[in-house]
Design a protein around this ligand. Structure first.
Ligand code: FAD
Length: 404
């Protein structure tokens, strides 16, 4: 028996391996990853780990001893370069073959590098993995000024972590507000103001033309001709998916490895999960590709369950969080298509929620330091609730009252 081979030892791959064992799968489980470390959580790389408030050991998803105990064979530093579907085997970069009965692709991706002049200079960083976080962190210990290109979650989280370490920060964003792709205009604008309040120079509607410097990055030049001097530049421009293996093997890839609600690709023995997988959601009646811990964990489990013949549809209400300074942002649902926004609480007080409705139905909630609102909203969205907007706005109505 060749068992289950999982390519990608990140959040989704580890979740699939753990689920197989939890559900008493008895065959071999091989978890293959090209990174040198134990499987780890990525969220702290831009938050507590980068600001120096979290030790390395706390990043591990499982302690080293777990792998032996669970009989999961972890192969670190091993890159898979091809899938031989006709022989049901994967090929490692040192030329060996590993056979599989079932294969799970959980390959995530790398940080996108922008094709800018100067982008290869020393002092230009990206942030997706532990090695990149360590390089950036090491340089941060002697940095005065960091320029961050991109005001998405990772860019803003790094801005907050850098401010905690006393570094001057400039954030350059091409869109007209931070977090424009994922958050509502009110929330994005509010976070921009918060960062300015902490001394970050947030420049929106601003495009980087090139990275300046000779032997080392010395800043950025904007398309309007202005230059900003800095000792280091972080490019925080999103994710480049790792789907090349799947594509070369002839699997369907379209903004992610295409899978159904059971994490199955078109090949009955191959599954995909996590950031690199795009699945069909009945709930939203369209394909979704989510980049979140929740999705990696749950879709990894779904792949394992499919292999075990457990019929369960993976179709979540998406959720996500971001920590910046003392603020915990939690988002449930998807904002797209919403026609009404209800505000509960006062942004001035740093604790408020934005409820987004579509034709009266709650579809999303953005909550800042508001756990009860977020928790209730998750359940209400899943249940298709149609709350009375006036009551939702009214702080004297407890959130639990919407659940009964
Ligand atoms: P990954 O974690 O990327 O794992 C894929 C692994 O596969 C990698 O180790 C990769 O090197 C390896 N691999 C790829 N190809 C091969 C190959 N051919 N052979 C061998 N190995 C291969 N999400 C949240 O919900 N909340 C947050 O606050 C949050 N913050 C984040 C902060 C940062 C800095 C980052 C980078 C991400 C954050 N995320 C957050 C996103 C979350 O971490 C990802 O959605 C999650 O890690 C995806 O898991 P994955 O297993 O799909 O991919």
């Amino acid at each position: 028996q060749a068992g289950v081979v999982i390519v990608g030892a990140g959040q989704a791959g580890l979740s699939a391996a753990a689920e197989l064992r939890k559900r008493k799968y008895e065959g071999p489980v091989t978890l293959i990853g090209d990174e040198p470390a134990l499987p780890y959580q990525r969220p702290p790389l831009s938050k507590a780990y980068l600001s120096g408030e979290m030790a390395l050991e706390r990043l591990w998803l499982k302690p080293e001893a777990w792998f032996a105990k669970a009989d999961v064979s972890l192969r670190k530093n091993t890159r898979i370069k091809a899938i031989d579907r006709s022989a049901s085997a994967v090929l490692t970069d040192d030329g060996s073959r590993i056979a599989y009965d079932h294969l799970i692709l959980a390959t995530g991706g790398q940080a996108r590098r922008l094709p800018l002049p100067g982008a290869d200079l020393p002092g230009v960083y990206v942030l997706r993995n532990l090695a990149e976080a360590d390089q950036l962190s090491e340089h941060m210990s002697r940095l005065k000024h960091l320029v961050i290109v991109g005001a998405g979650y990772i860019g803003l989280e790094v801005a907050a972590s850098a401010r905690k370490r006393g570094i001057d920060v400039t954030v350059i964003e091409a869109a007209e507000r931070p977090m424009a792709r994922t958050a509502s205009p009110l929330l994005g604008g509010w976070f921009g103001a918060i960062h300015r309040g902490y001394g970050v120079d947030v420049r929106v509607s601003s495009c980087v033309d090139s990275i300046t410097g000779g032997d080392f990055a010395t800043g950025v030049r904007l398309t309007d001709g202005k230059t900003i001097e800095a000792d280091a530049v972080l490019i925080a421009a999103g994710l480049e998916l790792e789907t090349s293996l799947a594509e070369a093997a002839g699997l369907t890839v379209d903004d992610g490895i295409c899978v159904d609600g059971q994490a199955r690709t078109g090949d009955p023995n191959i599954y995909a999960a996590g950031d690199a997988a795009r699945f069909y959601s009945k709930r939203y009646d369209r394909h979704l590709r989510l980049e979140s811990v929740q999705n990696a964990i749950e879709q990894g489990k779904a792949a394992a369950q499919s292999i075990l013949g457990i019929e369960a549809e993976y179709d979540p209400v998406p959720w996500f969080w971001s920590d910046q300074y003392e603020l915990k942002l939690q988002i449930a649902g998807l904002i797209e298509g919403a026609d009404t926004m209800i505000r509960r609480g006062d942004p001035e007080e740093g604790c408020f929620s934005l409820f987004h409705l579509r034709e009266g139905r709650l579809v999303a909630c953005e909550a800042v330091n508001c756990g009860p609102e977020y928790m209730a909203a998750q359940r209400m969205i899943a249940a298709g609730a149609t709350p009375d907007p006036e009551r939702l706005r009214d702080l004297s109505v407890a959130m639990r009252d919407f659940l009964s």
